[in-house]
Ligand binder design. Sequence first.
Ligand code: HEM
Ligand SMILES: *[C@@H]1O[C@H](CO)[C@@H](O)[C@H](O)[C@H]1NC(C)=O
Ligand SMILES: *[C@@H]1O[C@H](CO)[C@@H](O)[C@H](O)[C@H]1NC(C)=O
Ligand SMILES: *[C@@H]1O[C@H](CO)[C@@H](O)[C@H](O)[C@H]1NC(C)=O
Ligand SMILES: *[C@@H]1O[C@H](CO)[C@@H](O)[C@H](O)[C@H]1NC(C)=O
Ligand SMILES: *[C@@H]1O[C@H](CO)[C@@H](O)[C@H](O)[C@H]1NC(C)=O
Length: 340
Amino acid sequence: MAESMVFIVLAQISLVALFPLCMGNQTNESTTTASLSPQFYDNSCPKAQAIVQSIVVKAYSDDPRMAASLLRLHFHDCFVNGCDGSVLLDNSGTMESEKRSEPNQNSARGFEVIDDIKSTLENECPQTVSCADILALVARDSTVITGGPNWEVYLGRRDARDANLNGSNNNIPSPNSTIQTLVTKFYLHGLDLTDLVALLGSHTIGNSRCTNFRQRLYNHSGNSDIDQTLNQNYASMLQQGCPISGDDQNLFALDYATPTKFDNYYFKNLVSYKGLLSSDEILYTKSKDSMELVKLYAENEEAFFEQFAKSMVKMGNISPLTGNDGEIRRICRRVNHEDV
Ligand code: HEM
Ligand SMILES: *[C@@H]1O[C@H](CO)[C@@H](O)[C@H](O)[C@H]1NC(C)=O
Ligand SMILES: *[C@@H]1O[C@H](CO)[C@@H](O)[C@H](O)[C@H]1NC(C)=O
Ligand SMILES: *[C@@H]1O[C@H](CO)[C@@H](O)[C@H](O)[C@H]1NC(C)=O
Ligand SMILES: *[C@@H]1O[C@H](CO)[C@@H](O)[C@H](O)[C@H]1NC(C)=O
Ligand SMILES: *[C@@H]1O[C@H](CO)[C@@H](O)[C@H](O)[C@H]1NC(C)=O
């Protein structure tokens, strides 16, 4: 599947550099908490956002998939104890890392890029910018660099002193979840059906491993059957790289049409039954309300971009640590008292 990843988008890097804030103000003040603010580091670390952006640009030019991987980390952080940097903590004597959870194991990536950003920020302004805020910023920068919408990132989160492996296993939905489970798991974090559909539009970039959609190809309902909501030609193509057993880690584009571009092809694919994961396609096939949203975003990229920006701000507001809670980690992989 390497050929599907060879869309090099160098031209977009210069566009991003020229118009870092071209989409401007898409946030809705009333959806944000009072405690976070876009200006949080304006005095304490004025170069913070520029430093983060420059390292994301470099990481992306080395590996275009990195934009997707970084965007996903913010989601996996926010759905486990809130947006508190917990996903970044390594295993230690007292810490059970979330990196070992079912959704993260052999899957979550980009930690070295976060380390690079953190050490650069520590040189510029020591113990000022939290790891949780770095994740929120890289999610936005990764979206912009691949062609998606821009938004003002609300800042001021502090970092957790604990990880939650069980939470990582339970709060993040699986690719074979039902639509009810997806809706419930988002609702528990204050996110509604519109947020769910818009945020899943992130699957317009990045990859999934064979193991996460194999069942649709060979044994959808336990009768050696194929998922009937999967386009036949697309299914045959997938079967070539994702056999009935083995090759679990083979990678496939979540959006086969434009795999590295942040656009609305994810939704167009769902309408033509070419969604990769079951949890993607069911947005179109199992609920009338989500189907209407999928159709809207498939037809109107601007509507998708506008809602995506709003829903990202909303997701970024899940239970932040503020004030004197938590800490500003010096190294994102370790809490400060274990960093000796
Ligand atoms: C309904 C909930 C969701 C489910 C079930 C889900 C599931 C998945 C799965 C199974 C993968 C492939 C992982 C692998 O095979 O290694 C994946 C990748 C990805 N997910 Fe999701 N996801 C969900 C929501 C989200 C949200 C809300 C975001 C971002 C806001 C997101 C962003 C991504 C990105 C960008 C990738 C590609 C990562 C890469 O290539 O490294 N996902 N997701
Ligand atoms: C964003 O737009 C709102 C409403 O149009 C306005 O009140 C607010 O000042 C704007 N914020 C920024 C940072 O431009
Ligand atoms: C902002 O949010 C409020 C309350 O959720 C809503 O009534 C209003 O229409 C929203 N404004 C915009 C511009 O989206
Ligand atoms: C694990 O998380 C789930 C869902 O949040 C919860 O119901 C369960 O009690 C937790 N289990 C343990 C051992 O903490
Ligand atoms: C769903 O997928 C998980 C792994 O992602 C697997 O453990 C579980 O058995 C699957 N459930 C069903 C109903 O297929
Ligand atoms: C298909 O699924 C059923 C029910 O989960 C299981 O008993 C059976 O072994 C599976 N068949 C294959 C070929 O994996």
